[in-house]
Design a protein around this ligand. Structure first.
Ligand SMILES: [Fe+2]
Length: 245
């Protein structure tokens, strides 16, 4: 997105992305009715989903102070900025978050800002739902079979997930559905697997603001703590079920 894009290229990109979204929407859980009732990640008006647990619920693995800063400052800040950017443009005000991402992908100036903040809001919406107290460890049910089928074992998947996290500069590590396989997938900066043809199931934010106060530079300890104690496989199972309908 650093290089200028001509209007013709932008229109072409947006048109292509629209097709991609149409295909993704058939399989993506964010477009489907959830099996349980999580906070709605997006809607016809952009919203800020409530934190699905108290701010201290993830301690000691993620402190209340980190959750407070991350949710109330960073996440809320992205939401506020996105609302500000689209506030003066009525053509965007009835679009879902997913539609905003597609319509502004590859754009410059205004479109780039809308795209970036849309992705940041979208990814953070996923992040809080991807965690819960007294969770983590090996998945059960359908996901256990998919993880074993894709990686041979949960331990092999866990190792790959950590490697993806450590190879990132700034970004996110996801559990996605890639066809019929589970994949540990990393997205940098303002990227999201939704626009790459994958079905998101879970994500872990590895921007420094997600862990630095609790773990300083030891990102791996943060990722391991999340994997072993907080990763919300139950939520992923509902997303998987919705995607497979
Ligand atoms: Fe974040």
């Amino acid at each position: 997105m650093d290089s200028p894009v001509s209007r013709r290229d932008f229109v072409k990109t947006a048109a292509g992305a629209s097709v991609a979204l149409a295909v993704a929407s058939q399989h993506n859980p964010l477009f489907a009715a959830p099996a349980v009732e999580p906070p709605k990640p997006s809607g016809k008006t952009i919203s800020m989903p409530p934190l699905p647990y108290p701010q201290d619920a993830l301690a000691p693995f993620i402190s209340a102070r980190t959750v407070d800063l991350h949710y109330n400052k960073h996440h809320m800040g992205y939401y506020t900025m996105l609302k500000a950017w689209i506030g003066a443009h009525p053509e965007f005000q009835n679009q879902t978050l997913e539609e905003l991402m597609v319509a502004n992908q590859g754009g410059i100036r205004f479109a780039e800002a809308v795209f970036n903040y849309s992705v940041l809001l979208y990814n953070h919406n996923w992040y809080w739902m991807s965690l819960k107290p007294k969770a983590g460890g090996q998945p059960k049910g359908n996901l256990a079979g998919l993880v074993n089928g894709s990686y041979g074992s949960y331990q092999a998947f866990r190792k790959q997930f950590i490697e993806e996290a450590m190879q990132l500069g700034v970004g996110w590590v996801w559990v996605v559905l890639d066809g019929k396989a589970i994949k540990a997938y990393r997205s940098e900066y303002h990227e999201t697997p939704l626009l790459k043809g994958y079905v998101p199931l879970l994500t872990v934010d590895v921007w420094e603001h997600a862990y630095y106060m609790d773990y300083q530079n030891e990102r791996q300890k943060y990722v391991e703590a999340v994997l072993d104690n907080l990763l919300n496989w139950d939520f992923a199972e509902t997303r998987l079920a919705a995607a497979q309908k």
